[in-house]
Design a protein around this ligand. Structure first.
Ligand code: CMP
Length: 139
């Protein structure tokens, strides 16, 4: 059981003015933000972050979308963080996301799905060190 996960509020949710509402959902669900930055991925950084998906037909669409505008990147702390955060955000496809989940409330499509959440403890570690140095993590 992990106590940390990595998230991004994606460009669609930033463009649509949902940063505050999404952070409120994260706080209300008991996650502590231990690192956070407002930034924008270059196309090259997006390709690197999502390299495990490079064979997928949606890869170009994904990296173009993820680099088109600002994002919030954050590390969240809570018991059982990876699993509980995936529960909070809901299914990748917002039309299948449970009522009240972040993607149900704020995502518009499978590609533009408002938030990212790590899918394993191992990936959470890789993703947090992709975006943050140890000095930027305030646990
Ligand atoms: P996420 O789980 O954060 O990371 C991988 C992303 O790929 C996923 O969110 C979606 O944004 C995107 N994705 C997954 N499946 C599809 C698809 N079928 N079409 C377009 N984008 C997708």
């Amino acid at each position: 059981m992990s106590n940390r996960t990595f998230t991004m509020i994606k460009p669609d949710a930033v463009e649509n003015g949902h940063i505050g509402a999404i952070l409120e959902k994260i706080n209300s669900a008991g996650f502590k933000i231990i690192a956070m930055k407002y930034t924008q991925l270059s196309l090259e950084k997006a390709e690197k972050f999502y390299e495990t998906h490079s064979d997928r037909p949606f890869f170009n669409e994904l990296v173009t979308f993820m680099s088109r505008g600002p994002i919030i990147a954050a590390i969240l702390e809570k018991d059982n963080a990876v699993e509980d955060f995936r529960e909070l955000i809901g299914s990748t496809n917002p039309s299948e996301a449970k009522e009240g989940t972040i993607r149900n409330l704020f995502a518009t499509s499978m590609g533009e799905n408002a938030v990212h959440g790590s899918d394993s403890d191992e990936n959470a570690k890789i993703e947090e060190s992709f975006h943050f140095t140890s000095e930027e993590i305030l646990s």
